[in-house]
Write a protein that binds this ligand. Structure first.
Ligand SMILES: [Zn+2]
Length: 333
């Protein structure tokens, strides 16, 4: 497909302190219709430019709109989802592959990624982290503690773990493979987003889902999360490191550590007539045995245990993810 000439180039803002320190990159607009990260980044940029904030050490890079084509179209995707297949390619097949080829070397020059998103259904902001430290084949990792500390301090009431495990399990399910069977590497690579790439290069990353796409509080969540990340990493001057959280901010109402949830399963919508029994929001609690949805043939889906509905999508295309299920996690961050 030929692109219109008017697509904006990727805009990258860099701040380098002479004092060595962490290298943080913040992305907004990986999905074009998710604008809160862009607004949060522009606000931090303005404060750095005016001198209201000073980078005390390390490197801060911010990309307000990671997918300019998707943003121009006010859609989630330009030609496809930028947050899949996120690996460099020798012969980029589409616009997002070309953007990925620009972003990967940029991510390579950093240790820490904060990726700012929003979501479709109603629900509160939450952070998503990767696996626990492990040497397995799916996603080996050694920086779970640092990643957990970052997620813990972003101001959300919930942190969710377990994305790639469940993605792989979903692939196996769809392929009719028995549980635990290895999934085709190419198919699995499709599940790679920005964070998975960052971890594969020795860094770590947290996705912050700042709220519903049009939630007026979401840009504030994004802005405060960037400042919190800078503070947690010790990158702001001392006086700025103690900026109080405004009493009106959503973060202020979170008195204690966020609840930690673990994704345990994904259920596909099999048929256009598959219906939820009610309109679910992300993190709606369900008790074991509670009805969740009805299949086209009348089969009722019940919660297999006490847990929470995550990313419900009543409009999911048959053969794609209908909802995820999460339980309380025993992990300690
Ligand atoms: Zn997104």
């Amino acid at each position: 497909m030929t692109l219109p000439h008017a697509v904006a180039p990727l805009r990258i803002h860099g701040f380098e302190s002479t004092a060595p320190g962490p290298r943080l990159i913040v992305l907004g607009g990986v999905h074009g219709n998710e604008t809160c990260g862009t607004v949060g980044i522009e606000r931090v940029l303005a404060e750095l430019d005016s001198g209201a904030l000073t980078l005390q050490r390390g490197t801060l890079t911010m990309v307000p709109v990671a997918n300019p084509l998707a943003r121009q179209r006010h859609r989630r995707e330009g030609e496809r989802n930028l947050n899949r297949l996120f690996q460099p390619s020798a012969v980029p097949a589409d616009y997002e592959a070309r953007i990925t080829n620009l972003l990967c070397p940029l991510l390579d020059r950093h240790d820490v990624l904060l990726d700012l998103h929003s979501f479709q259904s109603a629900g509160d902001a939450f952070a998503m982290i990767g696996p626990r430290d492990n040497q397995g084949g799916l996603e080996p990792f050694a920086r779970a503690h640092e990643e957990g500390q970052l997620a813990l301090h972003l101001g959300t009431s919930r942190v969710v773990e377990g994305w790639l495990d469940i993605y792989a399990a979903g692939l196996a399910q769809r392929a009719g493979l028995p549980g635990g069977a290895p999934v085709d590497d190419a198919a699995l690579a499709f599940g790679w987003g920005t964070n998975e790439y960052m971890r594969s290069q020795g860094g770590y990353g947290v996705t912050l889902e700042c709220g519903q796409h049009r939630d007026p509080a979401a840009p504030e969540v994004a802005y405060r999360a960037i400042l919190s990340a800078l503070r947690t990493l010790g990158m702001l001057a001392a006086q700025e490191a103690t900026v109080p959280v405004a009493a009106t901010s959503p973060a202020a109402s979170i008195a204690t550590a966020p609840a930690l949830l673990r994704l345990v399963s994904v259920t596909d919508r099999a048929h256009e007539e598959d219906q939820f029994v009610r309109e679910w929001a992300t993190f709606d609690a369900v008790a074991q045995g509670e009805p969740i949805g009805v299949r086209e043939d009348g089969t009722m889906l019940h919660a297999e245990r006490n847990g929470f509905i995550v990313f419900p999508n009543a409009e999911a295309l048959p053969g794609t993810e209908w909802f995820y299920f999460a339980v309380e996690s025993d992990r300690v961050l």
